[in-house]
Write a protein that binds this ligand. Structure first.
Ligand code: NCD
Length: 303
């Protein structure tokens, strides 16, 4: 594995290997505490982040690596002086052994990878993709369900601009007998590209308009935040479908709730104590999965 740009690049075998490696690191953390002690990893974020940047940085430090970071690269890097992303990357690849980046442009990670001599990890590219989030989402499903084949998933919230949704859909398409339901405000429905992608991969996608239209034995509810920062300027308004205690009564005890976070009001805090709520576990899983990914890229792969 060299760059991580899109979930389209993964094979089933690679993901199985990554999850096994993640479990092994988790169970033997001490043995890995110096695994990348000779590596410097850069985190460059042109958009806000809490979990993604800090879990990557924690992962780097827990593997004994060193981190250089710009958390507000739009203002705090030479971007504000007019430097292009590709020039910045060409400089950074002389300082770091891998570059983890988040940027508002959909094609930013691909453009960076075209000029970079070191691996680029896409940590969120505009409203395009967020592949490492999907890996940790799938890892959380696998840890809780013991499998991913055959599951049913409802993707909810902002299906149009939500990059975590886009990457998760592509990742789920690698598995067998997947059923996906889409529940969103019609203004934020999934675009045709993704509908076509699922159709080509044989994944069954059904649009529903109400939580009560979802099967009560659904495996996963994947709720997301409305990406207001991406569509306010277009004058769109979208009512959110809220998951609260009453809504959860419709589902059985095996229906798990995931959310990439941050949440606003789309999951009521009263749901947090429900044993089916897995979103905080999901963010912890993210750090371990990112340790696995960094180990895979910096130690296992011949770059
Ligand atoms: C998401 C993102 O940045 O796309 N957050 C994350 O990485 N966990 C989701 C969001 O911002 O709504």
């Amino acid at each position: 594995m060299r760059h991580v740009l899109s979930c389209e690049q993964f094979s089933r075998e690679e993901i199985d290997g990554l999850f096994n490696l993640t479990d092994h690191i988790r169970q033997n953390e001490k043995a890995y505490s110096g695994a990348i002690s000779d590596k410097v990893v850069a985190t460059i974020f042109y958009e806000p982040s809490t979990r993604t940047r800090l879990s990557f940085e924690a992962a780097i430090l827990r593997l004994g690596g060193k981190n250089i970071s710009t958390e507000n690269a739009n203002e705090m890097s030479s971007a504000i002086k007019g430097e292009s992303l590709t020039d910045t990357i060409r400089v950074m690849d002389g300082y770091a052994d891998a570059i983890i980046m988040r940027h508002p442009d959909i094609d930013s990670a691909v453009r960076a990878a075209e000029v970079s001599r070191v691996p680029i990890i896409n940590a969120g590219a505009g409203s395009g993709e967020h592949p490492t989030q999907a890996l940790l989402d799938a890892y959380t499903i696998y840890k809780n369900k013991g499998k991913i084949d055959g599951i049913s998933v409802a993707v909810m919230g902002d299906l149009l601009y939500g990059r975590t949704i886009h990457s998760l859909i592509k990742l789920l398409c690698l598995y067998k007998n997947i059923t996906i339901f889409g529940l969103s405000n019609p203004a934020l429905a999934l675009s045709n590209d993704y509908l076509q992608y699922m159709a080509e991969k044989g994944v069954n996608y059904t649009i529903v308009n109400n939580l009560k239209d979802l099967p009560s034995d659904l495996d996963i509810i994947y709720q997301t935040r409305t990406q207001t920062e991406r569509f306010l300027e277009k004058g769109l308004k979208a009512e959110e479908i809220v998951i609260d205690k009453a809504a959860m009564q419709h589902f059985g005890e095996d229906t798990l709730i995931l959310h990439p976070l941050p949440r606003r009001h789309e999951i009521a805090p009263e749901v947090d104590s429900d044993p089916r709520a897995k979103y905080f576990e999901q963010s912890t899983n993210g750090m371990y999965m990112r340790m696995g990914l960094l180990y895979e890229i910096l130690v296992n792969s011949k770059n």
